[in-house]
Design a protein around this ligand. Sequence first.
Ligand SMILES: [Zn+2]
Length: 258
Amino acid sequence: MGGPEPKIDLNDDQLLRYSRHILLPEIGIEGQQKLAASHALVIGAGGLGSPVALYLAASGVGRITLCDHDDVDLTNLQRQIAHDTTTIGQPKVESARAALARINPEVQVISVRERVEGARLEALVATADVVIDATDNFATRHAINRACVKHRRPLVSGAGVRFDGQVAVFDLRLDSSPCYHCLFPEEGELEDMRCAVMGVFAPLVGIIGSVQAAEALKLLMGVGETLTGRLLLLDALSMQWRCVRLKRDSTCKVCGSR
Ligand SMILES: [Zn+2]
Protein backbone atom coordinates (compact mmCIF):
# COMPACT_ATOMS: atom_id res chain seq x y z
CA MET A 1 0.00 0.00 0.00
CA GLY A 2 0.93 3.64 -0.11
CA GLY A 3 2.04 4.34 -3.67
CA PRO A 4 5.42 5.63 -4.73
CA GLU A 5 7.50 6.97 -1.89
CA PRO A 6 10.53 8.99 -2.86
CA LYS A 7 13.29 8.54 -0.29
CA ILE A 8 14.06 11.70 1.59
CA ASP A 9 17.42 11.61 3.35
CA LEU A 10 17.33 12.84 6.94
CA ASN A 11 20.07 15.18 8.15
CA ASP A 12 21.66 15.04 11.63
CA ASP A 13 19.19 17.47 13.16
CA GLN A 14 16.27 15.49 11.78
CA LEU A 15 17.72 12.25 13.11
CA LEU A 16 17.73 13.90 16.55
CA ARG A 17 14.32 15.57 16.19
CA TYR A 18 12.68 12.29 15.24
CA SER A 19 14.92 10.01 17.33
CA ARG A 20 12.08 8.79 19.58
CA HIS A 21 10.19 7.69 16.49
CA ILE A 22 13.26 6.19 14.87
CA LEU A 23 13.89 4.16 18.02
CA LEU A 24 10.58 2.38 17.45
CA PRO A 25 11.29 -0.68 15.30
CA GLU A 26 7.86 -0.32 13.67
CA ILE A 27 8.83 3.14 12.43
CA GLY A 28 12.61 3.49 12.17
CA ILE A 29 14.32 5.69 9.61
CA GLU A 30 12.24 4.19 6.84
CA GLY A 31 8.94 5.16 8.46
CA GLN A 32 10.22 8.63 9.19
CA GLN A 33 11.26 9.01 5.54
CA LYS A 34 7.77 7.99 4.47
CA LEU A 35 6.29 10.70 6.68
CA ALA A 36 8.68 13.28 5.24
CA ALA A 37 7.52 12.35 1.74
CA SER A 38 3.81 12.45 2.65
CA HIS A 39 1.01 14.94 2.14
CA ALA A 40 -1.82 15.12 4.66
CA LEU A 41 -5.01 17.08 4.03
CA VAL A 42 -6.57 18.34 7.27
CA ILE A 43 -10.03 19.83 6.83
CA GLY A 44 -10.98 21.95 9.82
CA ALA A 45 -8.60 23.84 12.10
CA GLY A 46 -10.76 23.83 15.23
CA GLY A 47 -11.05 21.49 18.20
CA LEU A 48 -10.16 18.31 16.28
CA GLY A 49 -7.99 19.89 13.61
CA SER A 50 -5.75 21.56 16.19
CA PRO A 51 -4.33 18.39 17.79
CA VAL A 52 -4.35 16.60 14.43
CA ALA A 53 -2.26 19.30 12.75
CA LEU A 54 0.03 19.82 15.75
CA TYR A 55 0.85 16.10 16.00
CA LEU A 56 1.28 15.63 12.26
CA ALA A 57 3.67 18.60 12.16
CA ALA A 58 5.60 17.51 15.24
CA SER A 59 5.84 14.00 13.74
CA GLY A 60 7.43 15.31 10.55
CA VAL A 61 4.74 14.84 7.92
CA GLY A 62 6.39 16.66 5.01
CA ARG A 63 3.42 18.59 3.70
CA ILE A 64 0.20 19.52 5.48
CA THR A 65 -2.66 21.30 3.77
CA LEU A 66 -4.94 22.90 6.32
CA CYS A 67 -8.40 24.17 5.33
CA ASP A 68 -10.75 26.36 7.36
CA HIS A 69 -12.76 29.44 6.44
CA ASP A 70 -13.18 30.75 9.97
CA ASP A 71 -11.37 33.26 12.18
CA VAL A 72 -10.22 32.65 15.74
CA ASP A 73 -12.56 33.96 18.43
CA LEU A 74 -12.48 33.92 22.20
CA THR A 75 -14.98 31.05 22.52
CA ASN A 76 -12.62 28.79 20.53
CA LEU A 77 -9.71 28.97 22.96
CA GLN A 78 -11.18 26.61 25.58
CA ARG A 79 -10.42 23.65 23.29
CA GLN A 80 -8.82 24.69 19.98
CA ILE A 81 -5.23 24.40 21.13
CA ALA A 82 -3.51 25.52 17.93
CA HIS A 83 -4.79 29.05 18.63
CA ASP A 84 -4.17 31.42 21.51
CA THR A 85 -5.20 34.77 22.92
CA THR A 86 -2.77 36.65 20.67
CA THR A 87 -4.32 35.23 17.48
CA ILE A 88 -7.95 36.19 18.16
CA GLY A 89 -9.35 37.73 14.99
CA GLN A 90 -6.81 36.03 12.69
CA PRO A 91 -7.80 33.38 10.16
CA LYS A 92 -7.61 30.00 11.90
CA VAL A 93 -5.42 28.58 9.14
CA GLU A 94 -2.87 31.38 9.64
CA SER A 95 -2.97 31.10 13.42
CA ALA A 96 -2.47 27.33 13.16
CA ARG A 97 0.23 27.63 10.52
CA ALA A 98 2.27 29.85 12.84
CA ALA A 99 1.78 27.37 15.70
CA LEU A 100 2.94 24.45 13.52
CA ALA A 101 5.97 26.43 12.32
CA ARG A 102 7.01 27.08 15.92
CA ILE A 103 6.97 23.35 16.61
CA ASN A 104 8.54 22.22 13.35
CA PRO A 105 9.68 24.75 10.74
CA GLU A 106 10.69 21.91 8.42
CA VAL A 107 7.11 21.01 7.62
CA GLN A 108 5.50 22.73 4.66
CA VAL A 109 2.07 24.00 5.68
CA ILE A 110 -0.32 25.16 2.99
CA SER A 111 -3.21 27.16 4.39
CA VAL A 112 -6.50 27.27 2.53
CA ARG A 113 -8.81 29.89 4.03
CA GLU A 114 -12.06 28.71 2.58
CA ARG A 115 -14.89 26.28 3.10
CA VAL A 116 -13.61 23.76 0.58
CA GLU A 117 -16.25 22.12 -1.58
CA GLY A 118 -16.92 20.97 -5.13
CA ALA A 119 -14.04 20.83 -7.59
CA ARG A 120 -11.68 22.54 -5.14
CA LEU A 121 -12.26 19.84 -2.53
CA GLU A 122 -11.80 17.09 -5.10
CA ALA A 123 -8.53 18.54 -6.35
CA LEU A 124 -7.17 18.75 -2.81
CA VAL A 125 -8.25 15.22 -1.95
CA ALA A 126 -6.70 13.87 -5.16
CA THR A 127 -3.26 15.19 -4.15
CA ALA A 128 -3.38 13.92 -0.56
CA ASP A 129 -1.98 10.65 0.82
CA VAL A 130 -4.41 10.80 3.73
CA VAL A 131 -7.47 12.96 4.41
CA ILE A 132 -8.47 13.93 7.94
CA ASP A 133 -12.04 15.09 8.46
CA ALA A 134 -11.98 17.49 11.40
CA THR A 135 -15.12 19.40 10.47
CA ASP A 136 -18.31 19.85 12.43
CA ASN A 137 -21.19 19.43 10.00
CA PHE A 138 -22.72 16.57 8.06
CA ALA A 139 -22.87 18.26 4.65
CA THR A 140 -19.11 18.79 4.60
CA ARG A 141 -18.44 15.31 6.00
CA HIS A 142 -20.42 13.75 3.17
CA ALA A 143 -18.72 15.93 0.55
CA ILE A 144 -15.30 14.88 1.87
CA ASN A 145 -16.39 11.23 1.88
CA ARG A 146 -17.59 11.41 -1.72
CA ALA A 147 -14.27 12.88 -2.85
CA CYS A 148 -12.32 10.23 -0.92
CA VAL A 149 -14.42 7.41 -2.44
CA LYS A 150 -13.92 8.82 -5.93
CA HIS A 151 -10.16 9.26 -5.58
CA ARG A 152 -9.68 6.23 -3.31
CA ARG A 153 -7.98 8.11 -0.52
CA PRO A 154 -7.89 6.91 3.09
CA LEU A 155 -10.23 8.99 5.26
CA VAL A 156 -9.82 9.47 9.00
CA SER A 157 -13.10 10.73 10.39
CA GLY A 158 -13.63 12.18 13.86
CA ALA A 159 -16.37 13.97 15.76
CA GLY A 160 -16.88 15.25 19.27
CA VAL A 161 -19.68 17.07 21.04
CA ARG A 162 -20.61 17.37 24.72
CA PHE A 163 -18.80 14.36 26.27
CA ASP A 164 -19.30 12.06 23.27
CA GLY A 165 -16.68 11.35 20.69
CA GLN A 166 -16.26 9.01 17.77
CA VAL A 167 -13.52 8.13 15.36
CA ALA A 168 -13.32 5.79 12.37
CA VAL A 169 -11.06 5.08 9.42
CA PHE A 170 -12.34 4.42 5.92
CA ASP A 171 -9.39 3.09 3.94
CA LEU A 172 -10.96 3.61 0.56
CA ARG A 173 -7.88 2.23 -1.21
CA LEU A 174 -9.36 -1.15 -0.20
CA ASP A 175 -12.37 -2.64 -2.00
CA SER A 176 -13.63 -4.09 1.27
CA SER A 177 -13.74 -0.79 3.16
CA PRO A 178 -17.06 0.81 4.04
CA CYS A 179 -17.39 4.56 3.49
CA TYR A 180 -18.80 7.26 5.78
CA HIS A 181 -22.11 7.15 3.92
CA CYS A 182 -22.47 3.37 4.56
CA LEU A 183 -22.43 4.27 8.25
CA PHE A 184 -24.35 7.54 8.23
CA PRO A 185 -26.69 7.77 5.22
CA GLU A 186 -27.48 11.40 4.46
CA GLU A 187 -31.23 10.84 4.58
CA GLY A 188 -30.93 9.32 8.05
CA GLU A 189 -29.72 12.44 9.78
CA LEU A 190 -32.03 13.82 12.39
CA GLU A 191 -29.99 16.69 13.63
CA ASP A 192 -26.80 18.44 12.80
CA MET A 193 -25.16 18.77 16.17
CA ARG A 194 -22.70 21.58 15.62
CA CYS A 195 -20.12 22.52 18.18
CA ALA A 196 -20.98 26.11 17.40
CA VAL A 197 -24.17 25.76 19.44
CA MET A 198 -23.41 22.77 21.66
CA GLY A 199 -21.20 22.41 24.68
CA VAL A 200 -17.92 20.54 24.22
CA PHE A 201 -15.74 19.11 26.98
CA ALA A 202 -12.33 20.57 26.17
CA PRO A 203 -10.13 17.43 26.30
CA LEU A 204 -12.71 15.37 24.38
CA VAL A 205 -11.64 16.90 21.06
CA GLY A 206 -8.02 16.54 22.15
CA ILE A 207 -8.49 12.82 22.73
CA ILE A 208 -10.39 12.22 19.49
CA GLY A 209 -8.05 14.46 17.46
CA SER A 210 -5.03 12.64 18.86
CA VAL A 211 -6.53 9.29 17.83
CA GLN A 212 -7.10 10.72 14.35
CA ALA A 213 -3.46 11.86 14.19
CA ALA A 214 -2.27 8.40 15.28
CA GLU A 215 -4.38 6.69 12.61
CA ALA A 216 -3.23 9.12 9.91
CA LEU A 217 0.44 8.48 10.77
CA LYS A 218 -0.09 4.70 10.72
CA LEU A 219 -1.82 4.93 7.34
CA LEU A 220 1.03 7.04 5.94
CA MET A 221 3.70 4.65 7.19
CA GLY A 222 1.75 1.45 6.56
CA VAL A 223 2.31 0.21 10.11
CA GLY A 224 0.06 -1.58 12.56
CA GLU A 225 -3.64 -2.15 12.22
CA THR A 226 -5.81 0.88 11.59
CA LEU A 227 -9.40 1.52 12.64
CA THR A 228 -10.57 0.54 9.15
CA GLY A 229 -13.93 -1.14 9.46
CA ARG A 230 -14.31 -0.12 13.09
CA LEU A 231 -16.06 2.79 14.75
CA LEU A 232 -14.65 3.78 18.13
CA LEU A 233 -17.08 5.55 20.44
CA LEU A 234 -16.04 7.39 23.59
CA ASP A 235 -18.21 8.48 26.48
CA ALA A 236 -15.78 10.78 28.25
CA LEU A 237 -18.12 11.27 31.20
CA SER A 238 -17.71 7.62 32.22
CA MET A 239 -14.49 7.23 30.18
CA GLN A 240 -15.83 4.16 28.44
CA TRP A 241 -14.79 3.21 24.93
CA ARG A 242 -16.93 1.06 22.68
CA CYS A 243 -15.93 -0.46 19.37
CA VAL A 244 -18.48 -1.22 16.66
CA ARG A 245 -17.61 -3.32 13.61
CA LEU A 246 -18.58 -1.67 10.36
CA LYS A 247 -19.55 -3.39 7.15
CA ARG A 248 -19.71 -2.02 3.68
CA ASP A 249 -23.29 -1.41 2.53
CA SER A 250 -23.60 -2.94 -0.94
CA THR A 251 -26.55 -0.62 -1.64
CA CYS A 252 -24.67 2.51 -0.53
CA LYS A 253 -25.36 5.35 -2.96
CA VAL A 254 -21.81 6.65 -2.66
CA CYS A 255 -19.55 3.60 -2.72
CA GLY A 256 -21.99 0.89 -3.84
CA SER A 257 -21.05 1.08 -7.52
CA ARG A 258 -17.34 1.26 -6.80
ZN1 LIG B 1 -20.56 3.56 1.24
